[in-house]
Design a protein around this ligand. Structure first.
Ligand code: S3P
Length: 164
């Protein structure tokens, strides 16, 4: 099979849906954020605290480049990976699924998670801004766009399978 890449804002379900999709396709799953944390030897919030967001973005560009080159199956990206033009160019040659989610549901899905350094202060306003700023970028790279709001994992996964 070829590579299917999942993009979308925090709380859109990229990791959960990506894993379920991979399982239902019998394909391997990989998560770019997990790769970054593994390579750095520390969790993502610690990378932000110790080295700053710019350093994280540099690690992210490299992790995505490596994963797109090496991986066959399903790959979930972090919500900000599409900010890098180099990453958007890489995604031109693979199948990209953009998961959408309404603001209220994204806030609910992410509110208890301490692993998202950008959402520790004013999460609702921050999420709204990130979603507004990035929507055009998700749209630019996406081949398939799916709204996950109010839907369960199996339902969204099945729709992706049908549309691939
Ligand atoms: C980020 C989203 C996170 C993670 C990092 C930065 C972002 O991934 O890559 O904290 O810029 O939106 P999720 O989209 O899985 O939360």
């Amino acid at each position: 099979m070829t590579l299917v890449v999942i993009v979308g804002p925090p709380g859109s379900g990229k990791t959960t849906i990506g894993r379920a999709l991979a399982e239902s396709l019998g394909a391997p799953f990989r998560d770019a954020d997990a790769d970054i944390a593994d390579a750095a030897g520390k969790p993502i919030p610690d990378i932000f605290i110790d080295h700053g967001e710019d350093h994280f973005r540099a690690l992210e560009r490299e992790a995505v480049r490596r994963a797109v080159a090496e991986h066959d199956g399903v790959l979930a990206l972090g919500g900000g990976a599409v900010l890098a033009e180099a990453t958007r160019k890489l995604l031109a040659d693979v199948t990209v699924v953009h998961l959408r989610v309404g603001l209220a549901e994204a806030v609910k899905r992410t509110e208890l998670d301490r692993g998202r350094p950008l959402l520790q202060v004013n999460p609702r306003a921050t999420l709204r801004r990130l979603m507004d700023e990035r929507m055009p970028l998700y749209r630019e790279v996406a081949d398939i766009e799916i709204d996950t709001t109010g839907r369960d994992v199996a339902d969204v996964t099945e729709e992706i399978r049908v549309r691939l």
